[in-house]
Design a protein around this ligand. Structure first.
Ligand SMILES: *[C@@H]1O[C@H](CO)[C@@H](O)[C@H](O)[C@H]1NC(C)=O
Ligand SMILES: *[C@@H]1O[C@H](CO)[C@@H](O)[C@H](O)[C@H]1NC(C)=O
Ligand SMILES: *[C@@H]1O[C@H](CO)[C@@H](O)[C@H](O)[C@H]1NC(C)=O
Ligand SMILES: *[C@@H]1O[C@H](CO)[C@@H](O)[C@H](O)[C@H]1NC(C)=O
Ligand SMILES: *[C@@H]1O[C@H](CO)[C@@H](O)[C@H](O)[C@H]1NC(C)=O
Ligand SMILES: *[C@@H]1O[C@H](CO)[C@@H](O)[C@H](O)[C@H]1NC(C)=O
Ligand SMILES: *[C@@H]1O[C@H](CO)[C@@H](O)[C@H](O)[C@H]1NC(C)=O
Length: 677
């Protein structure tokens, strides 16, 4: 069961004969991913929510446009686009829309049944199983996960050959992306944690089943032995608190929020913070915040419950609602909310709670959701009524003002990720383009880089000569490195993890100019490596070439794509070990890049605040700035990120695929960003 094969090939070109329109196979999957079994066919009359992803226009220009607004030497730095500008610039061509609509009409799906999304890239309609199977020359089945979660999918589908250039993909079909795996292998973790809770000497834990072979260590928590005060900076090597982070990265307690500023944390689970845990944390670390709660944006059917204690996230009631793989472990959840809220207070934090109850949520669903919520915002349309976008053709975009793009907080931190190898390159490129658009709009998108070093979620490594989107996994002791997505998308800022060195007093170290941190090797290993899908972005090119030439890794192409022509990650890092958090009425210690990402997001939020105070725009996509100015980060030069039976890569002077460019140096970053237009 652990070693299942996942094989997808996009855009295979075998042509199937058909008397009317010659169809061509558009996407294929040979087997279902690990843990899923094919079950019965569907009732012919059942309705499926169909979505056709149209090929967007001008994507080839996207990077140049993004560079215009985010490269420090660009005259247009900070001149971000409106959502409307973005929707218009990347709208599919009129030809694409009309061609696809004509195809749908020929199958009897026409007129008001078809809706075009606000972002203009999707055509949506409901179709019976009969209609969908006829349209796509396919056969749908229900797939069932070991947990009981159902999913509707087919093995391959076809569209008229002449439409292939206009259609990215059709949904639901071969994709299993709806199931997001939280960083820290949540599935059986709850049981393990509950067991450990009964064991006062719990220590770190290692869940495993059914997501694949558990290769310790991975993200996690442990009950600490509180033998030293947590409020003493001399103990930050054992207990990270908000004050430790402020000292390490030299950022102040915030005093005043700017109303233009915003900071969002994305969670995909039916749970929310437990209010009493928040207050318990605040009582110890941010007393004026007792009673403070995040702004809750429950989107896309996201369910929030605050009744049950958060450790019980594997309970039956939750299983009925949302697959457990959608749930961030309680300790991560608590960490994200408690630290982000504390570090930016009085700036409020927005909690995006995403999760559809039937199909689950994906990153795409989140992106869609912030799209439609923008349209109810500011007197806009009701997305339930107005999902039918006024047909903008002919004559281009005529949409209502303030509607038609994404509304997002200025910094968005997400602590979930896929293995890049789990999704089709096609799908990943499309989603990556959405992050590019967010960058154009001045949003900084952060993803944790993963907790398994060079290996993937759960310690999985890739067996076989890797063909993107066609992978199978080893038992984790060998195989090819397994980078994470969306961290490998070049328009995302990927955040790795560091730790304070043993027996290090950070105040003394900082006073003497000694680096107190190294790559995290406690409980978790900082995710990092090279993409098998995305090319090396130009902002990163010099840094990557320098690393290869000065510190050539002792691995060949059998381990990773060493062509120096693919994207490396993470971009930067922040502490990810020993976070003191309040979970379920107890203080525990938390580990993971899941913790590093919200901390980094908090620091970027403070920089945005300073820029807003100075009458400037948000910082948006930061990678071009930080790679051009690596001195604004504290270089981390020690520690590795073992995985796949290897020591992984090693931290080194300059950028490295373990800790990126290093950790934030707030005073230097602030000076740099305030100096930009
Ligand atoms: C995927 O892997 C299978 C089994 O190894 C192989 O037969 C198939 O050709 C591969 N497909 C692609 C697109 O590489
Ligand atoms: C959590 O705290 C409760 C009391 O508030 C205690 O009974 C329980 O043992 C604690 N759990 C652990 C794992 O220490
Ligand atoms: C929280 O504060 C209480 C009261 O000052 C203290 O006894 C306890 O050790 C603190 N806990 C942590 C984890 O800092
Ligand atoms: C809390 O958990 C119990 C047991 O798992 C379940 O019966 C109950 O419905 C849950 N309550 C909420 C509000 O989710
Ligand atoms: C890789 O897959 C092949 C074919 O399924 C299998 O024979 C081999 O044992 C696998 N190797 C590892 C290291 O898992
Ligand atoms: C650092 O401390 C931890 C826990 O105290 C211990 O497990 C680990 O071995 C130490 N590492 C080194 C390099 O001394
Ligand atoms: C590595 O990436 C480059 C650039 O995308 C590609 O041309 C090459 O085929 C890849 N190498 C392997 C072994 O996949």
């Amino acid at each position: 069961m652990f070693f299942s094969t996942l094989a997808i090939s996009a855009l295979a070109t075998a042509v199937i004969a058909s008397p009317v329109l010659p169809h061509a196979v558009h996407e294929t999957r040979t087997t279902a991913p690990s843990g899923w079994e094919k079950r019965e066919i569907l009732d012919r009359r059942a309705m499926l929510p169909m979505k056709v992803a149209l090929t967007q226009g001008n994507l080839d220009k996207g990077w140049d446009w993004l560079k215009d607004v985010s490269h420090p030497s660009s005259a247009k730095y900070g001149k971000h686009w409106s959502a409307k500008d973005v929707a218009e610039a990347f709208a599919p061509s009129e030809g694409s829309v009309n061609a696809v609509k004509a195809w749908l009409a020929s199958a009897g799906i026409a007129g008001p049944r078809i809706k075009q999304s606000q972002s203009l890239n999707w055509l949506e309609f409901s179709a019976t199983v009969d209609e969908a199977e006829d349209l796509l020359k396919t056969r749908y089945h229900v797939y069932e996960h070991e947990s009981g979660q159902p999913h509707i999918a087919c093995e391959e589908y076809s569209i008229p050959a002449h439409l292939q250039e206009h259609v990215d993909f059709v949904y639901p079909t071969v994709h299993f992306d709806a199931k997001i795996k939280a960083r820290a292998v949540p599935e059986d973790a709850a049981e393990d944690m509950i067991e450990k809770r009964d064991n006062p000497h719990g220590g770190s834990w290692g869940p495993g089943k059914p997501w694949g072979p558990w290769k310790p260590p991975g993200g996690g928590w442990r009950m600490p032995k509180w033998h030293k005060p947590t409020n003493d900076l001399a103990n930050c090597d054992e207990y990270i608190t908000p004050d430790c982070l402020r000292a390490l990265y030299q950022f102040p307690i915030n005093r005043q929020a700017n109303p233009k500023n915003s900071y969002g944390i994305v969670e995909y689970s039916p749970q929310a913070y437990v209010p009493s845990d928040l207050d318990m944390f605040f009582r110890n670390f941010s007393q004026q915040q007792v009673g403070n709660r995040p702004i809750l944006d429950s989107i896309d059917g996201g369910v929030v419950q605050q009744t049950n204690m958060s450790f019980n996230f594997n309970g039956e009631s939750d299983l009925d609602l949302v697959h457990p793989s959608l749930q961030l472990p309680a300790f991560d959840y608590a960490n994200n909310v408690e630290y982000a809220m504390t570090l930016v207070y009085p700036q409020q934090v927005t909690l995006y709670q995403a999760g559809d109850l039937v199909e689950g949520a994906s990153f795409d669903d989140f992106l869609d959701a912030i799209d439609s919520s923008f349209c109810t915002y500011d007197g806009g349309d009701d997305p339930n009524q107005d999902a039918v976008y006024p047909d903008p053709y002919p004559g281009g975009y005529k949409g209502p003002k303030n509607c038609g793009g994404y509304a997002a907080t200025k910094v968005i931190s997400t602590s979930y990720g896929y293995n890049e190898a789990d999704l089709t390159p096609f799908y990943e490129q499309r989603q990556c383009h959405e992050y590019m658009k967010l960058g154009l709009m001045g949003v900084s998108v952060l993803y944790s880089s993963g907790d398994y070093g060079v290996a993937g979620n759960g310690g999985q490594c890739i067996n076989q000569t890797f063909a993107p989107g066609n992978s199978s996994y080893t038992n984790g002791k060998s195989g090819k490195f397994n980078p994470s997505f969306p961290g490998t998308c070049p328009y995302v800022t990927s955040v790795g993890a560091t730790q304070v060195k043993n027996n290090t007093d950070i105040s003394k170290a900082l006073a003497t100019g000694t680096q107190p941190e190294e790559a995290c090797e406690t409980v978790i290993y900082s995710g990092g490596g090279f993409s098998n899908v995305f090319p090396l972005p130009d902002y990163q090119s010099a840094a990557v070439h320098q690393w290869f030439s000065k510190f050539p890794p002792p691995y060949g192409a059998d381990r990773f794509n060493n062509s120096q022509r693919t994207r490396g990650h993470p971009d930067l890092s922040a502490n990810g070990a020993n976070y003191v958090v309040s979970v379920d009425g107890n203080f525990s210690l938390v580990y993971g890049t899941s913790a590093s990402s919200p901390t980094t997001g908090s620091i970027l939020t403070l920089i945005n605040q300073a820029r807003y105070n100075a009458g400037k725009s948000s910082i948006g996509f930061i990678n071009p700035v930080i790679y051009a100015n690596p001195g604004v980060l504290n270089d981390i030069t020690e520690g590795g990120n073992q995985g796949c039976g290897t020591p992984g890569f090693q931290s080194a002077p300059g950028w490295d695929p373990v800790t990126g460019l290093g950790t934030p140096n707030y005073p230097k970053m602030l000076k740099l960003f305030l100096g930009l237009p």
